[in-house]
Ligand binder design. Sequence first.
Ligand code: ZN
Length: 170
Amino acid sequence: MLSERIGIDDIDCKIMELIQKEPNLTHTEIAGRVNRSQPTIGMRVKKLEKLGILKYQAGINIKVADLLFARVDILTKNPNKIFDIVRHCPFMLTAFRLSGNNNISIIIAGLSLKDLDHVINHHLRGNPEISNVHMDIIEDVVEDFVLPIDLNFDFSRIELENSCCGNCEF
Ligand SMILES: [Zn+2]
């Protein structure tokens, strides 16, 4: 069972299932559905949150947002440095470390293909530590896929600058 693997019991499992399907349920409502008291639910939810197993993600929904999203796979000698760039670059939403021919996969967002190209050129192409850069546009996602994005950053500014965003220089 997956629940055993991540170290939670059946009740925790039911609580998480309910929250995932209906995030707005109150603890009292959850209590009614799993036959436990409301304080028990409160304690269990707090425990799951503290463990980091239960997380609430707010951000932009890639499934519906009218932006261009792409996955960029690279092979780099210095994955930590790429993670640093991803943390600072507003166009880069997240990255995965992989085993295989490419060792990092980055999710990037922009207003146009030209913008995405610009970001990739600035940060990745021509970097001597990176030997392989491959971009695919994300055309659809099965379910809602939510990632935090810096909405204060003016994404159209990229047209005006030769660098990326000004705060992601590495
Ligand atoms: Zn950048």
